[in-house]
Every structure is written in C-alpha cells, then in structure tokens.
Design a protein around this ligand. Structure first.
Ligand SMILES: NC(=O)c1ccc[n+]([C@@H]2O[C@H](COP(=O)([O-])OP(=O)(O)OC[C@H]3O[C@@H](n4cnc5c(N)ncnc54)[C@H](O)[C@@H]3O)[C@@H](O)[C@H]2O)c1
Length: 430
C-alpha cells in the first residue's frame, strides 16, 4: 500500500511592533517554526510558517534582529516609519501580529483587517467598545480571524482553576483579588517613550479581567478605580504609578461577586521575581490561592540574582532549557498561545475543502478565549477604567461606571453630579 505525502502549505507572517514582547514570545515561535519545518496537523498537513515582514517606528531593532538571526528565520523585509504598516500589508503576508504600545493597537489592527489579513492583537485589544465594534465589523466583512493574546488562560494553573469551575467542583465564585506588579524598569526605561498619560491598569489588568470573565462568566455590572501618582510623573498629572480596579459581576441566579485587581509598574527592580502575580478566588465551597512567582523554585547565584537572574523564576511562561535529549529550547504558555493562533489560521485556510472555509472560519471565531467578539466585557472594563482615571486627573475622583443600565451601555457617574456621562450608548452584553 502506498501513502501519499502530507500536503505542504506556507503561511507568511507580518509583525507590527518589535519590542520586548516580540523578543519574548513571537521571536522564539518563529524561530522554532523555522527550525522544525512548520506545524503539522492531520487536518491541514504540514504548514510552514515564515516570518516575512516587520514594521516598526525606526526599524532599528528589526535590523539588529536580522543580523543576529541569520539562518534562524527566513529572510524578512523590514519596513520603518509612518507608512511601515501600509507597506507591510502590501507585501505578501497571510496574517499580521500587532504588538505596538496599547494606545496604538487600533489603527494598526484596523489596517490589518481592512487589508483582508488575519489579525493577532496583543492585550489589551483596544481601549474602547467603539473601536472593538469597528474591528469586529471589518473582520466579519473580510472573513478573517481577529484574535487577541491572553496567554494567562494557557497557564496550566489557570487551566486547572477553570477545569474545577467547569466541572462544578469549585462552586459559585463569591469574590477575589489579583495583583500584578511590574518592576520600575518597565515604567522607567522600557516604556519611558510612551508612558506619559498611561497607567499600569490598562497595561496589565486586562490579563486578569479576561481570566475572571472567561473562567467565571457572568455579566459585568459596574467598574470603579483609583490609583497613585508621583513617582513616574507629577502627583497631579495624568501618568499613574499604580491602580486598584474593582469589578462587580452578576450571575444568572442574581448573586454578585466583587473582584479587586491591583497593578503597578513601580515595584523596586531588586524584587526577587520579574513580576509579582498573585490571585485568590473564594467560592461557596472553597478557596483558590495562586502565586505565579512562588511556584516552588528559589535560586541563588552569587553576583547574578536577583538582577541578572531572578530568585523566583517563572519556568512556565517562557523559559530557556537544555532538553534531556540534548536540544536547546525556549518554551512556555507565552509561546504556545501564538502557535495556537497560527494553527487556527492554518486550519481555516487549509484544514479541508475550499468550499468549507466559511464553516471552519465560524468554528474558530466561536472560540471565546481569544476572539475579539468575546472581548466585550474586558474592553468595557478597560474603557471604564481609563475614563474614571481621566476624571480623577480633572479633579473628580471616585467615579463609578455602570454597565448596561437604563441610560446606556457604559455610563460614568461623577460624585455630586446628577448628569450621567454616556461613554458607550450600545449594549455591552450581547
Ligand atoms: N502578552 C503579554 O503578557 C505582554 C507583555 C508585554 C507587552 N505586551 C503588549 O505588547 C505590546 C507591546 O509591548 P512591548 O513591551 O513589546 O513594547 P515596546 O515598547 O518594547 O515595543 C513597541 C514596539 O512597537 C513599535 N511601534 C510603536 N508605535 C508604532 C506604530 N505606530 N507603528 C508601528 N510600530 C510601532 C515600536 O517601534 C516597538 O518596536 C503592548 O500592547 C503590551 O501591552 C503584552
């Protein structure tokens, strides 16, 4: 009996923004896909993945990467400057990943979708529901995937939490807290160029908003937020050191849960881990305590920890390893989430007869863990948080945003004022 060789396809990738997250997760994915010859699935055969083009403001990191990456990825084109995104999209790419600063996601994402390319967008996807509506509309019209990276959903600990909830072993979440504290180097050097007017809540709370939203379901009812200023910028200015966000959810039985999410980017750099990440969720019948930094490893190397290497190492997100079988690897859920997206694109384009592409596309669009259409409550929380912080800067602290009230989808209430301010008139919940 003879067997026919598997089909061979190629997907060409464009990368918009080549900063820290490109280096941590996208770069290792593209290098692995190149080294191993691509991704295999019995439904689509072998799919090669080529890193084909880069677009960024100056092009300098892409140029440095080109020099350092010889033989590790295919030859790629490097576009820089104001027209870089448009030029990348004119080149022959099948999908594009957007990893620009968060207030520059929308313009790049819109251009990707309008060009009819599949989109992978870093978190937080966009900063308003108006922007989300527009991206959703274009993705539908162009029949392409529009997905957002929430790698914390692929963290094995969070998968276990969700499994216990899905299986009803942990019953009815009551309340909880999450903290994600970034080191000062993030606000002081890494993001120094674009940090004015920004806040760590928008930068990282999205991970936990999405974790809560996806794991427990329910309807987002209200959002409140405060924070501290004075280290990254002036104490009365628009740039925040740390934020405390509170979300109230309501479930189908009428019961409510409150979640507090604390974020910062001014934690001292000699902190023993890269990022402090802790969650606690309380249920009718249990408590889940998770600490992503203290997962059991404590490392000391003279002259190295905690600056060059961290004392508590996260080996799950994105670690470099000497594998027992002799290979060197870089692996973890931060990379797995990108591979998963590319597999979804490969399945849509090559996972069966061309006439059934629409069916495969809908199947992948129904995956609520990463589809933009399922990102509504997370974007609503981010939009509300940004509006509350802006009012705070104007001298009106302690505002609350109500979700899907009788006056609108997102309604900002200012203490002492009878005038509601509608941030989003449509319904948040679908
Ligand atoms: N998934 C995660 O856990 C995670 C972690 C870090 C960052 N991020 C997200 O990734 C995004 C980028 O973060 P980073 O840490 O890599 O930032 P960075 O500042 O290191 O890099 C930003 C990149 O975007 C480019 N850029 C800026 N404006 C641009 C524009 N208008 N057009 C094209 N390119 C532009 C810059 O040239 C640079 O290459 C942010 O949205 C951030 O929230 C996600």
């Amino acid at each position: 009996m003879t067997t026919s060789p598997p089909a061979v396809h190629t997907l060409r990738a464009g990368m918009i923004g080549l900063g820290m997250i490109f280096d941590e997760t996208y770069r290792p994915f593209f290098e692995q896909a190149h080294a191993t010859g691509g991704l295999y699935d019995p439904r689509f055969g072998l799919c090669r993945v080529e890193f084909a083009a880069a677009a960024s403001r100056t092009g300098s990191r892409a140029e440095a990467y080109r020099k350092a990456s010889s033989g590790k990825v295919a030859e790629f084109r490097n576009f820089a400057g104001n027209d870089s995104v448009a030029e990348l999209l004119k080149s022959d790419v099948d999908f594009a990943c957007v990893a620009t600063p968060d207030d520059r996601h929308f313009a790049a994402a819109k251009a990707v979708l309008e060009a009819g390319k599949h989109l992978l967008l870093e978190k937080p996807s966009v900063l308003s529901l108006q922007e989300l509506d527009e991206l959703e509309r274009i993705a539908k019209q162009k029949n392409v995937l529009a997905k957002v990276v929430y790698h914390k959903l692929l963290d094995p600990d969070h998968k276990k939490l969700r499994t216990l909830v899905v299986d009803n072993e942990l019953q009815h979440v009551n309340n909880g807290y999450c903290t994600l504290l970034e080191p000062k180097s993030i606000s002081g050097s890494q993001f120094a160029e674009w940090i004015t007017g920004r806040n760590p809540g928008t930068y990282v709370a999205g991970h936990y908003i999405q974790l809560i939203d996806f794991t427990f379901g329910g309807r987002l009812k209200s959002v409140s937020c405060t924070g501290q200023r004075g280290l990254v910028g002036p104490a009365d200015g628009p740039t925040w050191d740390s934020n405390q966000l509170r979300l109230i959810y309501e479930y189908s039985d009428g019961r409510e849960a409150a979640f507090d999410i604390h974020t910062s980017w001014v934690t001292p750099d000699n902190f023993p881990g890269y990022v402090e990440q802790e969650v606690q969720f309380r249920f009718d019948n249990g408590v889940w305590n998770g600490h992503s930094r203290k997962r059991g490893v404590e490392l000391t190397i003279e002259g190295s920890t905690p600056f060059k290497r961290k004392t508590t190492v996260n080996n799950h997100y994105n670690g470099t390893f000497a594998e027992p079988w002799g290979e060197r690897s870089q692996r973890g859920y931060g990379i797995e989430v990108i591979e998963r997206f590319v597999r979804e694109v490969a399945y849509v384009e090559h996972g069966g007869p061309a006439g059934e592409r629409g069916k495969r596309l809908s199947e992948m669009q129904r995956l609520g863990y990463n589809d933009l259409a399922a990102d509504r409550q997370t974007v609503a929380a981010v939009q509300a948080m940004e509006a509350i912080l802006a009012k705070h800067v104007e001298g009106h602290p302690n505002c609350v945003v109500e979700v899907d009230s009788s006056t609108g989808g997102l309604v900002l209430l200012v203490p002492g004022s009878k005038e509601p301010h509608v941030l989003y008139p449509g319904r948040v919940g679908k």
